[in-house]
Design a protein around this ligand. Structure first.
Ligand SMILES: [Zn+2]
Length: 266
């Protein structure tokens, strides 16, 4: 029959695993949501650039049309001039040709400027579209990764929640609340082993007068420096198994660093 502190240590393993898994899911969801937002912002920017380019292209076509018309008109007037014999009419025709020349010059200048703008807008749109494709691909990749994570973890999370509620039923309510408070305030580590007289939560030395009580794992004894619940691993085999599973499920971030077994001193 495990003592209440041992039950808490087991509960903690489940809670650490649950915490790591729900975090992995939440982080995946966060990444997908952020990319979704980036994709829609990029889509809006690309659409605005596309509209701008379309307007410039329309302007270019209009200028090209007007230029062609002016050039045709000037060609026509020059042809006519060869047939004019009257000085007054010739003067008028020359004046008209000069005006057309001026108009053509203005249109050409304007067209050059618009063509440059079209070139710039085309390059800008291509850049935005490339980035949009990159973001959309990344979003799709993250989304499929999230689906895989969910497929992998959902049933495990469900199973661990069931294990948790079974364990919790065997723990006194006040103790459970105390444990949960420490767990959430102390980075997911509420029950810590004392090894070699050192609290594995804060690496401080535990007063020797507490040792015997800690060895029984029967009372709630808090580390005087980090206020975590102290416990002793009674069976070294079980202890190392439990630790290995913590490291597997939680990763290294919050797992207690485990020093190598001290060499036997002779
Ligand atoms: Zn401590």
């Amino acid at each position: 029959m495990p003592t209440k502190i041992e039950v808490l240590a087991t509960l903690q393993l489940v809670d650490q695993s649950l915490r790591a898994k729900t975090r992995a899911v939440a982080e995946g969801e966060g990444r997908v949501a952020a990319l979704e937002e980036a994709v829609s912002a990029q889509t809006a920017a690309a659409n605005a650039a596309r509209a701008e380019l379309a307007a410039l292209a329309a302007r270019q076509r209009d200028l090209e049309g007007r230029l062609a018309a002016a050039e045709a008109k000037m060609k026509d007037r020059r042809m006519r001039m060869t047939r004019i014999r009257n000085d007054k009419e010739l003067g008028l025709a020359r004046r008209e040709v000069d005006l057309l020349k001026e108009e053509i010059g203005t249109l050409e200048t304007e067209l050059m400027a618009v063509m440059e703008q079209v070139e710039g807008a085309t390059a800008k749109l291509a850049g935005l579209d490339t980035e949009l494709a990159r973001l959309a691909a990344e979003r799709d990749r993250e989304a499929s990764e999230l689906r895989e994570t969910l497929a992998r973890l959902s049933s495990e999370i469900e199973r661990e929640r069931a294990t948790r509620s079974e364990l919790v039923q065997t723990i006194d309510g006040d103790l459970r609340r105390k444990y949960e408070m420490i767990f959430s305030r102390r980075g997911g580590l509420a029950v810590v082993e004392v090894r070699g007289g050192i609290c594995q939560g804060c690496r401080m030395r535990v007063p020797p007068q507490l040792f015997n009580q800690i060895q029984r794992n029967a009372e709630v004894i808090l580390c005087p420096s980090c206020q975590r619940i102290l416990y002793a691993t009674r069976d070294p085999c079980l202890g190392s198994e439990a630790d290995a599973s913590v490291e597997r499920s939680v990763g290294s971030a919050e797992a207690v660093p485990r020093p190598a077994k001290p060499a036997r001193q002779n």
